[in-house]
Design a protein around this ligand. Sequence first.
Ligand code: ATP
Length: 306
Amino acid sequence: LFQLSVPLNFIGSVYREVRLSLLDMEQMFELMDTQSTIDNPPTGTALVYDPTIMTTDISFHNVDFAYPSRLDRPILKGLSVDIPHGKTVAFVGSSGSGKSTILRLLYRFYDPTNPNTGTVSLGGHDLKDMPLDSFRKQIAIVPQDTVLFHESIGYNIHYGNWDASWDDVIEAAKRAQIHDTILSFPDGYDTVVGERGLKLSGGEKQRVAIARAILKQAPILLCDEPTSSLDTRTEQEIMNNIKSLGSDRTTIIVAHRLSTIQDCDEIIVLHQGQAVERGTHQELLELNGRYARLLKMQASSSTSVP
Ligand code: ATP
């Protein structure tokens, strides 16, 4: 699976918890207290994000990728895309086209399979040249499926950044529009949540993830939109929340529902391992190519559902 040096049954249980969405990777590493097979340069130059001297431009250059367990099945083939600092960009494409894989590479859960020619870089630095934690600190993740600890809701938000004050936790909850909901819980911020505690809805869990991301104050936000768990209105609200997190943030959204990302700065269409179209919603509509077809397909499949 991930070629980690921990017992398989443990991977199994953690794996079930986090599912094959964009894994809540930070948590995953912490839970397993281990590293994936990529090698972490101990002596590399730490990425110190200073907005006055560097940007968070993200670049995939000529990236080939296949999962280690399925090397015969290429997912990305010479993918090259640039995502400029401060933009909100969405990846779209049919199921299995590699959208979530892009986020995994950006978090360096995996390396490109052609490490000598394919690079993923941040602010002009190859990820491979930087200690993992130095650039992961700059990236906040709103995963498809947020893992909650069997702890208080306050703890679950604070988890985003233990250096933050309690006032910051409350402020983040307010911005993620979950504060009022929390106050309505029996013990407010002390209410224990999770599978065995108070069970939160999909929308509420995603708001917890957004609050964590706000608390982390990272300049890059990766968001793997849930495939099906939320109703369209909640989904739209959450996307609005994500977009309102600030224009100085670089945001990448993996979109399953095309309706929620129409006002992104740019939409990138993945097909057969490459970026085949990119532009605004309007530009791609006018192009009348793959994006337009995906939209039509989605419209017809949602109208066929009673
Ligand atoms: P969806 O819209 O269905 O979420 P996606 O475009 O996000 O799809 P990815 O999750 O990036 O697709 O997966 C791309 C392909 O790689 C899929 O066919 C998937 O089955 C496969 N894949 C994903 N993770 C692994 C893994 N750990 N090992 C082997 N294959 C994998």
